[in-house]
Design a protein around this ligand. Structure first.
Ligand code: SPV
Ligand code: MG
Length: 290
């Protein structure tokens, strides 16, 4: 059993579970304290953290090391974004075993070719695998897990690639037949129409997963009302919140010629000490330093 919580347990509720994006143990802790149900170990966020584009540049080692650190910092179930699975079905089998051991509760594998192009970019090259090939990858993922609680989520990129509703539904159905526990259906349309049409046409055999970054009008209540969505992922809001906060503070320090203008707007050092568990360090000193 992985060290983080089980997604299956969280999924037994009637409302969709809410997973917040994370790129570090610190952002994971903050998401947990805020009250989210799960964490999304986002490839986009980790790529951005390294100052890189989300186009298969970060390695499995980089991503899994961060996931291990996140699993140590938070008890929440972690949904690992493993992009295309780092290669073919053989690579997927290896990756799933490693991610489960590292503390992931689920993996999301997308049906794009390697190297992938980030999904939300305007006019990006979006190449999909043949359906049979991706079914093999999903079957390999299911066969490689050791716990039945570990979820294999197949991500359909047909709408992102502009291939339309019929192709998206065909692929989602085929990935279910291959054993996927859930289907992540992604869209970059600026309104929820495309996703709502997909949800309406979906037979509901397995729960859907949504990432409503491009269509933020889609609230949890609106998603819950469909009755077909198990997880909503807030896809990149940890890194975007950090970037906006740092840009504002950095500009103000330079503009003001000092720290006086930002002191009241940022977290006090004592808050960072709390997150670092400095009280525990003091206790250890008390007990063991002689
Ligand atoms: C990610 O957060 O890495 C995702 C979601 O895969 S998206 O960037 O919208 O494709
Ligand atoms: Mg990703």
């Amino acid at each position: 059993m992985n060290s983080s919580g089980s997604l299956a347990r969280a999924l037994s509720r009637s409302a969709p579970i809410q997973a917040m994006a994370t790129h570090s143990p610190l952002s994971a802790k903050l998401a947990e304290e805020a009250g989210f149900d799960a964490l999304w170990a986002s490839g986009f966020e980790l790529s951005a953290l390294y100052g890189l584009a989300d186009v298969s540049l970060i390695t499995m080692t980089q991503h899994i090391e961060m996931l291990r650190a996140i699993a140590r910092a938070s008890a929440l179930p972690i949904i690992a974004d493993i992009d295309t699975g780092f290669g073919n079905a053989v690579n997927v089998a290896h990756a799933v075993a490693e991610y489960e051991r590292a503390g992931a509760a689920a993996v999301v594998i997308e049906d794009k070719s390697f190297p992938k192009m980030t999904s939300l970019i305007a006019g990006g090259r979006q190449e999909l695998l043949r359906i049979e090939e991706f079914q093999g990858k999903i079957e390999a993922a299911c066969a490689a897990r050791s716990s039945d609680d570990f979820c294999v989520i197949a991500r359909v990129e047909a709408l992102i690639a502009g291939l339309g509703q019929a192709e998206a539904l065909k692929r989602a159905q085929a990935y279910c037949e291959a054993g996927a526990d859930m289907i992540l259906i992604h869209s970059k349309q600026k309104t929820p129409d495309e996703i709502e049409a997909f949800i309406a046409a979906w037979d509901g055999l397995v729960p859907l997963v949504l990432v409503p970054t491009a269509y933020p009008q889609m609230t949890v209540d609106r998603i819950a009302a469909t009755g077909k969505v198990g997880i909503v992922i807030w896809g990149n809001h940890a890194i975007r919140a950090s970037v906006a906060a740092m840009q504002e503070v950095f500009a103000r320090v330079l503009a003001d010629g000092g720290l006086h203008g930002v002191e009241e707007t940022i977290a006090p050092v004592t808050e960072i000490f709390r997150l670092q568990k400095m009280d525990d360090i003091k206790d250890l000193e008390q007990r063991f330093l002689r």
